[in-house]
Design a protein around this ligand. Structure first.
Ligand code: AMP
Length: 115
């Protein structure tokens, strides 16, 4: 696994160096709208820590961070109002799987797809 790059785009968003459309923040997680939404609702949830992917996060993050992060994912979906109609979560792990930003993130996707 490649080393974490502290200058990846999501690290820069977390530090406030790049703008984003924020939807949620707590001590473990930060959520914002995807810049190229693939559906009516497309939000990204990221942990507040230096984790390359789910592979890295699941192996190395402290238990409190793992629990806090996944609770935040559920909470963000609830607050977005997508629970009733349903939503999909996805996380790409590695370049071949389509990961382009190497800071662990979960996509929350719901509603009509966009091209
Ligand atoms: P992945 O392919 O899983 O690494 O997904 C990365 C996602 O980040 C893509 O859906 C991009 O549209 C999104 N993205 C890239 N840069 C930004 C940004 N500055 N703000 C919000 N979303 C972004």
């Amino acid at each position: 696994m490649a080393a974490y790059d502290p200058n990846n785009v999501f690290a820069r968003i977390l530090r406030g160096e790049l703008p984003c459309k924020k939807v949620y923040e707590d001590e473990f997680a930060f959520a914002f709208h995807d810049i190229q939404p693939k559906a009516e609702v497309h939000v990204l949830v990221i942990p507040k820590g230096a984790y390359v992917s789910l592979a890295d996060f699941s192996a190395t993050a402290p238990d409190a961070m793992v629990a806090g992060f996944w609770r935040a994912v559920g909470r963000v979906a609830r607050e977005l109002g997508v629970e009733e109609r349903g939503y999909r979560i996805a996380s790409n792990i590695g370049r071949e799987a389509g990961q382009i930003v190497f800071h662990f993130h979960v996509h929350i996707v719901s509603g009509a797809r966009r091209p």
